[in-house]
Design a protein around this ligand. Structure first.
Ligand SMILES: Nc1ncnc2c1ncn2[C@@H]1O[C@H](COP(=O)(O)OP(=O)(O)OP(=O)(O)O)[C@@H](O)[C@H]1O
Length: 356
């Protein structure tokens, strides 16, 4: 395995154009990961400086690649948001400090330009089909004539590139990342910017910074043609990473995906509670993989218990999995099929809840 200090020394041979120091000395190397045959880090620069630092990122990647034993490298360029006030270190917490640790409503300053609504697709549990639902629901909303984008923020397993067949780093133009276009959707994924294995080790603040960058520095829409809906595919779970993300992302609502088993529904309940805490309305619950194996109806009953709309159920069918593996959402590749019809129902109910 490559030596960490050798990696830092290599990065110090790349200069920060602002301070003239090496990148490590300048404090620009965050979250360095060195393992087996790969190395990567987050290059954190001041807000507005990302275009200027794109060549620095490329130089840092080249410097890492030149280290013997390193085959895969990834440098994610992120911009700082407004400097966070550091709480004073005191022996006991003041009431204000205690209050600071409580979840807050999202910070509205991070709103992406020319995007009408930002919606999260969340699940309390991994593997329940959150990404499958995100992609197909986005396609169903697009089929209603809306302009729709997807931001795959699932740092634990970005699957949008596979599910939509897109690859390659996004292009930078005029200081903004251009989303990929496929199946009538605008697409951006954490998986297009970094190796999935690197993103997985990100802590909450780092993940949220990368996601804020993808949110605010992607050309989702223009003044003349704003994006109607941006669907954000969140990482599964209800831990710190998710909390930080939903606090930092200006969400207008959330859709929770669950399978019908009680254990998954209990997690869906926790996800709903998390959104409630930060003041993001739950637009509804979708039951996925319903049918013989897992049962049916648990989602509708749970939605009623939570007092949120039930948006619909989707059966466990091999075609959905195959379409995902093949890189074309089933709703787009078979728009007249049973699954497309079910997603159209979910999209219609959602549009109804949103009043669009
Ligand atoms: N209704 C369904 N019928 C059949 N297969 C499905 C269905 N929904 C999802 N799948 C398959 O289940 C697997 C997990 O789905 P997906 O990746 O969408 O879940 P996820 O909740 O986003 O997972 P993770 O939490 O790991 O990101 C995928 O292989 C997908 O194709």
């Amino acid at each position: 395995m490559p030596d960490r200090s050798a990696v830092l020394a290599a990065l110090d041979a790349v200069f920060d154009p602002k301070s003239g120091q090496g990148l490590a000395a300048a404090g620009l190397v965050q979250g360095l990961v060195v393992s087996e045959d790969r190395a990567g880090f987050v290059l954190e620069v001041a807000a507005g400086d990302t275009a200027r630092y794109a060549p620095v990122r490329d130089a840092a990647e080249a410097a890492l690649k030149a280290i013997p034993g390193i085959a895969r490298v990834s440098v994610v360029l992120t911009a700082e948001t407004a400097p966070a006030a550091k709480p004073a270190r005191t022996a006991s917490l003041s009431p204000q400090a205690v209050d600071q640790t409580r979840p807050k409503a999202p910070v509205p300053t991070d709103r992406p330009a020319h995007v009408r609504r930002v919606l999260a697709i969340a699940s309390g549990k991994g593997g329940v089909g959150k990404s499958t639902v995100s992609v197909n629901l986005a396609a169903a909303l697009a089929a209603r004539g809306l302009s729709v984008g997807i931001l795959d923020a699932d740092v634990y397993g970005p699957s949008l590139p596979t599910m939509t067949g897109v690859s390659g780093k996004p292009e930078y133009r005029d200081g903004m990342m251009q989303p990929h276009l496929a199946h009538g959707l605008k697409l951006m994924s954490v998986g297009l910017l970094t190796a999935a294995s690197d993103a997985m080790v990100w802590r909450g603040p780092m993940a949220s910074q990368a996601i804020t960058q993808m949110l605010t520095q992607t050309r989702w829409g223009t003044e003349d043609q704003p994006l109607d809906i941006l669907v954000v595919d969140l990482p599964p779970g209800t831990g710190d990473v998710q909390l930080t993300l939903i606090q930092k992302t200006p969400l207008d609502g959330a859709v929770i995906v669950s399978t019908p088993q009680e254990v998954a529904l209990a997690d869906a309940r926790r996800a709903h509670a998390l959104f409630q805490k930060v003041g993001v309305p739950t637009l509804g619950l979708v039951e996925n993989m319903s049918g013989d194996v897992f049962g049916r109806g648990g989602g509708a009953a749970e939605a009623e218990r939570l007092g949120v709309p039930f948006l619909g159920d989707l059966p466990l069918v091999a075609a959905l999995r195959h379409a995902g593996d093949a890189g074309a959402p089933l709703v787009a590749s078979n728009p007249d099929g049973d699954i497309a019809r079910r997603f159209a129902v979910v999209a219609a109910r959602m549009a109804d809840v949103l009043g669009i």
